[in-house]
Design a protein around this ligand. Structure first.
Ligand code: SF4
Length: 62
């Protein structure tokens, strides 16, 4: 499983790192990005939940 943040779509709301900080990071002045690739099996559900919660659907899970 891979998580990809489309940087131009991300509005930097902070939701994905608050839901799954092990996979998503958001730093000052940048779009969110995945910090683990591939996503470990134990974090699949949390990563999917973060993707499902993104208000602009900027996270692609594949
Ligand atoms: S939830 Fe979506 S819009 Fe918000 S920081 Fe994460 S990728 Fe960006």
């Amino acid at each position: 499983m891979h998580a990809l943040v489309h940087e131009k779509t991300c509005i930097r709301c902070g939701l994905c790192p608050s839901i799954c900080p092990e996979v998503f990071s958001l730093e000052e002045g940048e779009s969110a990005h995945a910090i683990t690739d591939p996503v470990p099996d134990a974090l699949r559900l949390d990563a999917q939940a973060a993707a499902d919660s993104c208000p602009v659907s900027a996270i692609e899970i594949r």
